[in-house]
Design a protein. Structure first.
Length: 150
């Protein structure tokens, strides 16, 4: 059986008191990061950006280089999920899945406590480490490096 490819993103923004990360609820009510299937005509970066628009109602820029990946079993298939950082730019209203999902901006500590899966907490730690070590991540806006999410 073929492994399904998924891509997702950890949306982030800089606030006066530090980094914030956006979580959304899964259809089961668990807090997760937006993710979904990489369609044949999409790159993983495009899929991650699309999922942020659909599941979280936000637009931003995907930073180059995936943070990491993890394996999950979904729909009776093995899936490989590649996760990117998305620098938040704006809310999108109305957003496609607003009626079935909640979204919440959180500090690193809050997000870490809300994420159930250890692999998501680990990738969140990788995100924080990259943001704290990479000054270009703080300015990856319209003129910064990254992929547009259109």
């Amino acid at each position: 059986m073929e492994m399904l490819r998924q891509a997702g993103a950890i949306p982030y923004r800089r606030q006066d008191d530090g980094w914030e990360f956006l979580l959304v609820t899964s259809q089961r009510g668990n807090w997760i990061f937006p993710k979904g299937i990489v369609e044949p005509e999409e790159t993983p970066e495009e899929a991650a950006a699309k999922e942020c628009r659909e599941e979280a109602g936000i637009r931003g820029r995907i930073l180059p280089r995936a943070l990491g990946s993890y394996a999950v079993r979904k729909w009776k298939h093995d899936c490989s999920v590649e996760i990117y950082l998305l620098h938040y730019q704006e809310d999108v209203e109305p957003w496609e899945e607003k009626h079935i999902r909640e979204r919440r901006w959180c500090t690193f500590q809050e997000a870490s406590g809300m994420l159930k899966k250890p692999e998501l907490r680990q990738i969140l730690s990788m995100a924080r480490n990259r943001l704290e070590g990479d000054s270009s991540a703080a300015r990856a806006g319209p003129d910064g490096a990254g992929f547009a999410t259109g």
